[in-house]
Design a protein around this ligand. Structure first.
Ligand SMILES: Nc1ncnc2c1ncn2[C@@H]1O[C@H](COP(=O)(O)OP(=O)(O)O)[C@@H](O)[C@H]1O
Ligand SMILES: [Mg+2]
Length: 275
């Protein structure tokens, strides 16, 4: 389905991603793990064509998407929807309109200018929100929602594109453990029920282990681990995170300590989200 061949990205004399190769032959849920700066985001950005590869190639269903331009590139981008750590919603706009933004690629400029959405799309947006358990939030402004709810709105917006692949760049890094679990479960369900491929950058090991079928470990721009979560031994983790660090499961864990923790609505969370 998806093949990366020697995918490389350089910024000046810095090699952010070095000859990354892997093949995905069925729609799996994949976690890419590694320390900050390992090259995880750069890989996702090249996959989504937000960023151009310096060399190497990306093939999807036999088609080379590495150098697509214009409408073809946009069409690829709608097939691999991206979600981000900071949700990237329009804070003052209502939830449904944020979700409908996922259809922008295929709407005319005029319809976009006047905020005209077909009834069918509005119904579809509500259905998706309902599926994610947040339909009752539909009329509210995005900024009034908790972080976990906002990330589900971002997932809903991605689903509006009916993507083959969902790319998630640290989707739970700004969430408390309870919401992190809800968001990861939502991604897992979408993967299982819809058969969509999910590739999520995660910086914690336990999340990748718990939700993913396959884990790719990156270090200094290279793939240093690629296998089933069961194969992710402490030694493998040391290889990924660095032998020099005092590696411990606890240090990279987002394990839920208590399930009745209230959702976080603090101003800091919002300030960070829209900085
Ligand atoms: N636009 C850019 N310009 C220069 N260097 C960059 C840019 N984007 C990323 N890098 C560098 O590439 C490396 C990998 O970054 P990134 O892919 O963001 O890592 P990760 O997502 O694993 O934290 C880092 O050293 C980072 O500083
Ligand atoms: Mg990153």
């Amino acid at each position: 389905m998806l093949t990366l061949q020697n995918l490389t990205k350089t910024f000046g004399d810095k090699t952010a991603v070095h000859k990354v190769s892997f093949t995905v032959d069925r729609p799996m849920m994949i976690g890419i793990i590694g320390r900050s700066g390992a090259g995880k985001s750069t890989v996702l950005r090249m996959l989504n064509r937000l960023s151009d590869a310096s060399s190497g190639s990306i093939l999807f269903e036999g088609k080379d998407i590495t150098r697509l331009k214009g409408a073809e590139r946009r069409s690829w981008q709608s097939r691999c929807a991206m979600i981000f750590q900071q949700f990237n919603l329009v804070p003052r706009m209502d939830v449904v309109s944020n979700v409908l933004h996922g259809t922008l690629n295929r709407r005319s400029t005029l319809a976009t200018m006047f905020n005209l959405y077909p009834d069918g799309d509005i119904h579809k947006a509500i259905e998706i929100l309902d599926r994610l358990g947040i339909a009752e939030q539909a009329p509210k402004r995005a900024e009034a929602l908790s972080g976990g709810q906002q990330q589900r709105v971002a997932i809903a917006r991605a689903l509006m594109q009916d993507p083959a692949i969902i790319l998630a760049d640290e989707p739970i890094a700004s969430l408390d453990p309870m919401n992190a679990q809800i968001v990861m479960q939502a991604l897992r369900r979408i993967h299982e029920e819809d058969g969509r491929m999910v590739i999520a950058n995660l910086h914690t090991l336990d999340t990748a282990r718990r939700y993913c079928d396959r884990v790719i470990g990156m270090r200094d721009g290279r793939v240093v681990f690629d296998g089933a979560p069961e194969m992710l031994t402490t030694d493998a983790a040391r290889e990924i995170y660095g032998a020099d660090t005092d590696f411990s499961e606890a240090a990279t864990s987002t394990e839920i300590e208590t399930l009745d923790r209230p959702e976080v609505h603090s101003p800091e969370v919002f300030a960070e989200a829209y900085a």
